[in-house]
Design a protein around this ligand. Structure first.
Ligand SMILES: *[C@@H]1O[C@H](CO)[C@@H](O)[C@H](O)[C@H]1NC(C)=O
Ligand SMILES: *[C@@H]1O[C@H](CO)[C@@H](O)[C@H](O)[C@H]1NC(C)=O
Ligand SMILES: *[C@@H]1O[C@H](CO)[C@@H](O)[C@H](O)[C@H]1NC(C)=O
Ligand SMILES: *[C@@H]1O[C@H](CO)[C@@H](O)[C@H](O)[C@H]1NC(C)=O
Ligand SMILES: *[C@@H]1O[C@H](CO)[C@@H](O)[C@H](O)[C@H]1NC(C)=O
Ligand SMILES: *[C@@H]1O[C@H](CO)[C@@H](O)[C@H](O)[C@H]1NC(C)=O
Length: 514
């Protein structure tokens, strides 16, 4: 809820239609918004809030998609009273974003030229989600055309063969540059990089896919070269005008213990990752202007490894001097207690937590791949953001920004879902409910916003609330109602501010930001 501050008497709803609307299309599981070279719906900017009013954005299973209304505040509460306490301040927001996978670029390029830029604006423009974080894979992932590294020549310890291939120049760099351009006016883009695997010749199993470790002694040439490879990556990207904020030493390091893992990975345990950062990666990065200021984010894997992973990293001051935070993925969240995040924060309060990857459709039992219009997946995203942030996570990063109708391209056949899906043969793309779910957070919680305390009475277990103060001081509350049967009416009140209430009904299966 974004609250204006004055009291007013009448309830009045004003609908504004100054931006292009969602052209909705019904699929068996729900509604998407259809965009093409000439049309795409915009999210109406927040702008100034008239005194005595609250601005409300609503997204729901019936088809509202970040629809904006302005409503008079009242002097009487109604329904569930939510008390916002801006004087009790928690973590500072780092931002929201997604990954520049090869597949994202491949799919954007499959659209007509004018539609391509519309996709970029949907994510980084002022009427889109206004993402402030981007994740960049170092070389290939499961969402690439092939398994490639930047130095595939066996035994090239000097990295003489190091070069960015055409995949980087075609599928990543132009889109990262465009995102930087679009974000320049609104505070800039924070980029972090993650490798899935070193070159095959550096790994014990001799392949990029499948479990394995770096070869040889922990102080031997493979370790030294692997650290230098990161630096070469930062130098090559800086030469393209792309500076980085952070790096994770390894995507999902725990998967590297599975010899049959079906795509690129490499194993580190907490001690191994710590030693690599302390002895090799950290010092190597400090030697180059391109990476001197780049901070390290540890773990970059599911939260079941917490808090122990963080305990190991931060118990060594030398490791801790490089590692500014911990990255968590959302897979298997249902198998691990959310309180692991808060525990990690309590033990290491000066380190941040950042959600570094998430996608729907990754599990067979959950229905693999793309499900057009399925609102349930928007609720899963919104629930993850709200519960993560309420447990000290400072930002949230989605996985592929754009996939095709199948959920690819993925050489590993690991089809999943994404907030934007391209229908190449018709030159159009579909904005899934997940896109709007993330917009409820990313559009308002810019770097520097602060989560604050919210109090609410006992209520249905399927209602979730997040409170924050925006960078410009506006009050923000998002309410998710996942209940199947009960609409909830909520009245938002700011602690210490007389009888001013912003009252709004949050229907079943909906997300409301006030
Ligand atoms: C794009 O979509 C709009 C709205 O549905 C439609 O009027 C227009 O004809 C479409 N343009 C193309 C090139 O398909
Ligand atoms: C690195 O940065 C320093 C300080 O800004 C500068 O003096 C130096 O020339 C730079 N080195 C290279 C190789 O660009
Ligand atoms: C993650 O969840 C999947 C499916 O429930 C399960 O097969 C797998 O063992 C889990 N992994 C871990 C490490 O908990
Ligand atoms: C999660 O952990 C908290 C705190 O340790 C505990 O109170 C709660 O019961 C746990 N929840 C589950 C589902 O295990
Ligand atoms: C692509 O879009 C066209 C036109 O809207 C539609 O008829 C077709 O079914 C879509 N393709 C798929 C695979 O849904
Ligand atoms: C939905 O809300 C009703 C009324 O508050 C409650 O009795 C019910 O348990 C809720 N359902 C779920 C799934 O939480």
């Amino acid at each position: 809820m974004i609250l204006g501050l004055r009291i007013s008497l009448l309830a009045l709803v004003v609908l504004v239609h100054s931006t292009p609307d969602c052209i909705s299309r019904m699929f068996p599981e729900g509604i998407v918004c259809v965009c093409n070279a000439t049309h795409c719906d915009d999210i109406e900017p927040l702008d100034r809030i008239p005194r005595g009013n609250a601005v409300i954005y609503r997204t729901n299973v019936q088809g509202e998609r970040m629809d904006k209304i302005t409503r008079k505040q009242t002097t009487q509460p109604d329904g569930l009273l939510i008390e916002l306490d801006p004087s009790t301040v928690y973590q500072e927001i780092l931002g929201f974003g997604a990954a520049f996978t090869d597949s994202t670029g491949i799919n954007i390029l499959s659209l007509p030229k004018d539609a391509q830029d519309k996709v970029m604006r949907q994510y980084f423009g002022p009427t889109g989600t206004e993402y402030t974080i981007g994740r960049v894979p170092i070389a290939s992932t499961d969402f690439s055309y092939s398994q490639y590294s930047y130095a595939d020549v066996d035994g090239d310890f000097e990295l003489k063969s190091f070069a960015l291939p055409k995949d980087d120049f075609e599928y990543k760099i132009p889109f990262i540059k465009r995102a930087i351009e679009l974000q320049a006016s609104t505070g800039g883009l924070r980029l972090f990089a993650s490798p899935w695997s070193p070159p095959a010749w550096m790994k014990t199993n001799g392949e990029m896919k499948g479990g394995g470790k770096l070869r040889g002694d922990v102080d031997g040439p493979y370790y030294v070269t692997w650290a230098n490879y990161f630096v070469k990556f930062f130098e090559a990207y800086l030469a393209q005008g792309i500076p980085f904020w952070a790096v994770t030493p390894q995507n999902e390091p725990t998967t590297g213990s599975d010899p049959d893992y079906t795509w690129q990975t490499m194993f580190f345990d907490a001690q191994g990752e710590s030693d690599f950062v302390k002895n090799h990666l950290g010092p190597a990065m400090r030697k180059s202007n391109a990476s001197r200021e780049v901070i390290v984010i540890g773990l970059d894997d599911n939260r079941f490894a917490l808090p122990e992973w963080a305990d190991v990293m931060f118990s060594d001051p030398a490791v801790s001097s490089y590692v500014a935070g911990i990255g968590v993925h959302w897979y298997n969240d249902t198998n691990s207690n959310i309180s692991l995040l808060a525990t990690t924060h309590e033990r290491h309060p000066d380190k941040f937590l950042l959600a570094t990857e998430a996608c729907n459709g990754w599990l067979k039992v959950q229905e693999k791949g793309v499900r057009l219009g399925w609102f349930h997946r928007a609720e899963l995203y919104a629930h993850s953001v709200i519960s993560d942030l309420n447990n000290w996570v400072a930002g949230w990063t989605d996985w592929n920004m754009v996939l095709d109708m199948e959920g690819g391209f993925t050489w590993a056949l690991n089809y999943v879902d994404a907030p934007i899906i391209v229908n190449e043969s018709f030159g159009e793309f579909y904005k899934q409910p997940m896109y709007y779910a993330l917009a409820h957070f990313s559009k308002f919680l810019k770097p520097g916003a602060r989560r604050v305390k919210v109090d609410l009475p006992d209520h249905s277990s399927e209602v979730f609330v997040l409170g924050a103060v925006m960078v410009d001081g506006k009050r923000y509350v998002t309410v998710l109602n996942r209940n199947d049967t009960e609409d909830v009416t909520v009245s938002l009140h700011e602690k210490g501010v007389g009888s001013v209430y912003s009252t709004v009904t949050v229907p079943v299966h909906s997300l409301v930001t006030v």
